[in-house]
Design a protein around this ligand. Structure first.
Ligand code: CTP
Length: 366
């Protein structure tokens, strides 16, 4: 890029504050460099200081959260989140284990521990802004290639295979052939279920999530449920709409759409549409994830449930039943449910009819 310094100042003016406080070399690194070179906007940045991250952060005086094990600090500068890390190199005691971390002497050593060449570049923020690119990341970025830095990369950290799907889907990049060969051998079972799940969730959080999962399946790293990709796309479309985004956890629904195992959604989607009263009772016993999946599979009644039926309320409440002599306990719930069902079915109108229906149901069963 012709004028990296100007591009950096323009994209991240908040770094000026850091530059003024820095006594040791500080670099913009990782995804922030990649996105700057691609001209993609980005809110959060990662910095590496060849020195003490906590000491640098302290000079801003702002609130900072420190993660001692990795020597990283999170600070907020002018409303922007900045992660500052002490330059470090890593070694992996066993495949998939968390790394042993030691401070690095220079930025190249820090870049050498990273996942892909396009994420292993740095720009000093001292105003000179030359690109540190020991692994040829800029060339790979231009050609749209994902390439690991060394052959043991996926053994060290198999979650990088999931990260590869994230970048490939998001940026439309392809794998370098040697990287692909090694990636296909990645053993995701050597990482903890939590870490694996966290990366799968990040992938599901992408706009291009269905393509990312398709790639993981193509690479032989996951097995999709039958029709999983179509279901993912239908779920992604569903969550474009606000009421679904608020009702169910998008990432969890997408992962379930991709990987299964199939739950109650298949039954919900294949059953005869229930009446409003039945539908509400049925839906309330189900998990929002199942409901979203069933809706994406074509169960239109669930849309009515979410946008209309669910919001039907009664004019009476439990106190009215207790005042009318119903003992507190299950009879009250039974009565209220009956009244609501009557309202949803259009058989009950207004407060008096609600109360009558509720009392009848509450008293009706011993
Ligand atoms: N990194 C890595 N290996 C990992 C995780 C992270 O090498 N398993 C490095 C990469 O250099 C990456 C940087 O740490 O660019 C920051 O990680 P992360 O925030 O996960 O990635 P970003 O590239 O910033 O991703 P995004 O654009 O999605 O925020």
């Amino acid at each position: 890029m012709a004028d990296l310094a100007a591009a950096l100042r323009h994209a991240h003016p908040e770094l000026e504050v850091v530059r003024k406080q820095a006594e040791e070399p500080v670099y913009l690194v990782g995804g922030a460099v990649r996105d700057l070179l691609l001209g993609r906007p980005r809110a959060d940045v990662d910095l590496v200081v060849v020195g003490d991250a906590a000491a640098l952060a302290q000079r801003f005086g702002g609130p900072a959260v420190e993660h001692e094990r990795f020597g990283t600090v999170k600070v907020e500068v002018e409303g922007h989140e900045i992660d500052i890390a002490t330059a470090r190199s890593e070694s992996y005691p066993a495949p998939g284990a968390l790394p042993v971390v030691v401070p690095a002497e220079d930025i190249d050593a820090d870049l050498g521990r990273r996942d892909f060449t396009i994420n292993a570049m740095a720009i000093p923020i001292d105003g000179e802004a030359r690109l540190a690119d020991p692994h040829g990341g800029e060339g790979d970025l231009k050609e749209g290639i994902l390439r690991i830095l060394h052959p043991r990369s996926f053994e060290d950290d198999p979650t990088r295979a999931i990260r590869a799907a994230r970048y490939a889907a998001r940026l439309g990049f392809r794998l370098d052939p040697e990287t692909e060969e090694l990636l296909r051998k990645a053993d995701l079972d050597t990482v903890s279920a939590d870490r694996r799940r966290a990366e799968l969730e990040r992938l599901a959080g992408e706009e291009t999530a269905p393509r990312g999962y398709e790639l993981l399946a193509e690479w032989g790293l996951i097995e999709l449920r039958d029709g999983g990709l179509e279901l993912m796309q239908a779920v992604a479309d569903l969550f474009e709409r606000e009421h679904w985004a608020q009702f169910a956890p998008r990432e969890e629904v997408l992962i379930s759409a991709a990987l299964g195992p199939p739950g109650g959604e298949e039954l919900l989607a294949s059953m005869w549409p229930p009446t409003p009263g039945e539908g509400v009772e049925l839906a309330e016993q189900r998990d929002p994830v199942e409901l979203a999946l069933a809706r994406a599979m074509g169960a239109d009644w669930i849309e009515h449930y979410l946008t209309a039926w669910k919001n039907v309320t009664l004019e009476i409440d439990g106190n009215d039943l207790v005042e009318a002599g119903i003992p507190e306990g299950p009879a009250v719930g039974r009565g209220l449910r009956a009244a609501r069902r009557g309202r949803l079915e259009g058989e009950v109108w207004g407060r008096d009819q609600e109360l009558a229906a509720a009392l009848e149901a509450a008293r009706g069963v011993a």
